[in-house]
Design a protein around this ligand. Sequence first.
Ligand code: MN
Ligand code: MN
Length: 467
Amino acid sequence: MPKEKSAAKLLQEKLCKEPRHAGLILTDDKLSESFAYSESYKKFLDLAKTERESVNVTVEAAKKHGFVEYTEGLKLIPGMKIYRTNRGKSVIFAVIGKADISRGANIIAAHIDVPRVDLKQHPLYEEKEIAYFKTHYYGGIKKYQWTAIPLSLHGVIVKADGEKIEVKIGEEETEPCFVFSDLLPHLSGEQNKRTLNEGIKGEELNLIIGSMPFRDDDVSQKTKLNIANILFEKYGIIEQDFVSAELEIVPAFKARDVGFDRSLVGAYGHDDRVCAYTAFSGILETSNPEKTAICILTDKEETGSDGNTGLKSAYLRYFIADIADAFGVKYRFVLEHSRCLSADVNAAFDPTFPDVVEKGNASYVNYGLVMTKYTGSRGKAGTSDCSAEFVGFVRKLFEDNDIIYQTGELGKVDFGGGGTVAAYLANLGMDVLDIGVPVLSMHSPFELVAKTDVYETYKGFKAFYKS
Ligand code: MN
Ligand code: MN
């Protein structure tokens, strides 16, 4: 017979509820559902490694689910599903609600740009008969992590006549890939004295793209010429076309299960395609909501959200103004009555590096989606700091829908910090709370998330659209 619980034990369970591992809470069915959901997530990760690819993949899927492109003057009625892309690098999806739009919308915003390495505008050169691309990294990366791993090249090249060439090479095993070299340990005595941050310097990320000379003694720079010739034959481009190109170097490997128990997914760019995918698949399954549901997949978060495809730009405001106009409502009423989740990952507690977080307020893999009231650094500089009332609303929503959630602060006080798009949305007058998935090895070429957390986040977002 089980031992009867003491009064103190019962009181403790009532007053001081300890968080529990999702693997101990979920039923067998729910656990296999979360594992199954990650199979489709992994496919998305492999198909959409850049912001442009993420827009293409989500728009194609949305069209199959009845979303139509919003154009000016389109008559909007409740239940209608619309989308609008912004320069192919960000996109907004919306499902028009039954309620008066002046009561506000339920908005989830995630970003689809990922830290990576971009090509410079004049990238092609040769040194001692090895051909290279010069690069400039994008977002916060630890540069040493990017050497000696297979890389692929994605993006667009716009020729002088305006023709746009799409590039995606290095993903298939039959295609060549590319690599940044590193020094052998035998000769790294001097390099080893550098700080980790300087272990590989920005100007040392030179991408190896070839080593065969053009077979003609008449010219110098034969390896560069040989590569230029291959590029001309393959893409019809000349060297000068790189001036108007956006080419991104990303890891060439695919998303994979990690661990004997397959509980984790390892992949490039969970930050933030994990929140983008969960937010997007949530809106795909949203029909006839009470309030208008909006899913924003934005660009440029990793460099501070500036630029015409980042969330500091007016494109979201314009979209909401267009919806408001369609119903004869002032858009500011929509903005100030809207609720928003800033969908962004958080740093998961890493037992190998425990000292950077305060354990009572860190997030943990497999403990559910992470709710972060404030981000920022030092004395909460740069945060929008969500109000207790809105945190309370979201918390109740998750509890009512059996969503496993935890809280997470990005590191110890004064240890660094970071921000999300939350502040830019809150600056528009809406209530905004950060919600996301805990990630290990964030911003590395191979980040880790737990399948249960991904699924709880998806369920949480779905419940929010319906709220
Ligand atoms: Mn990030
Ligand atoms: Mn992020």
